[in-house]
Design a protein around this ligand. Structure first.
Ligand code: ZN
Length: 151
């Protein structure tokens, strides 16, 4: 397959690929640990390999990049090069996310999806408020939900 993406487009996209171990995610993990939450990371045996797994709370956390997971927000912009290609890829990712959530729920896991825009960009949360929202959800009996930016 010929790669027709120009270098600038590619480097812009690749910069977004590393969704794991980004700084806000590490900061969130540390904050949860400091509050006494214990977790596992990227459990491969669970659908979608959740970023953070908290067995005691029957809870998993996904940190979703707004581009790859197709979030309708200010951080999402379809590349001008081959937009149909990217749209199809992103649609497939969204469908897979939905399947993973359903499979997790069938297995008794609650999912919290934290969108990138909750941690980055104009609408990001104050970090302490985000940590409080996450920890409140963990100790609650609430079902799957998501946190996104306020822009
Ligand atoms: Zn977003």
């Amino acid at each position: 397959m010929t790669d027709i993406m120009d270098a600038a487009t590619r480097s812009r996209l690749m910069a977004r690929v590393r969704a794991t171990d980004t700084k806000p995610e590490i900061a969130l993990r540390r904050a949860l640990f400091a509050l006494g939450f214990r977790y596992r990371l990227y459990r491969k045996d669970l659908p979608g390999k959740p970023d953070i797994v908290l067995p005691k709370y029957h809870a998993v956390i996904f940190i979703h990049g707004c581009f790859w997971h197709g979030h309708d927000c200010e951080l999402f912009r379809l590349p001008k090069t081959r937009p149909e290609f990217w749209q199809a890829k992103i649609d497939a990712n969204r469908a897979r996310d939905a399947r993973n959530r359903a499979r997790l729920e069938e297995a008794g896991w609650r999912s919290l999806e934290i969108w990138e825009c909750a941690m980055r960009g104009h609408g990001r949360w104050e970090f302490d408020q985000l940590v409080r929202a996450v920890s409140d959800w963990l100790v609650s009996n609430h079902g799957s939900t998501e946190v996104h930016g306020r822009a």
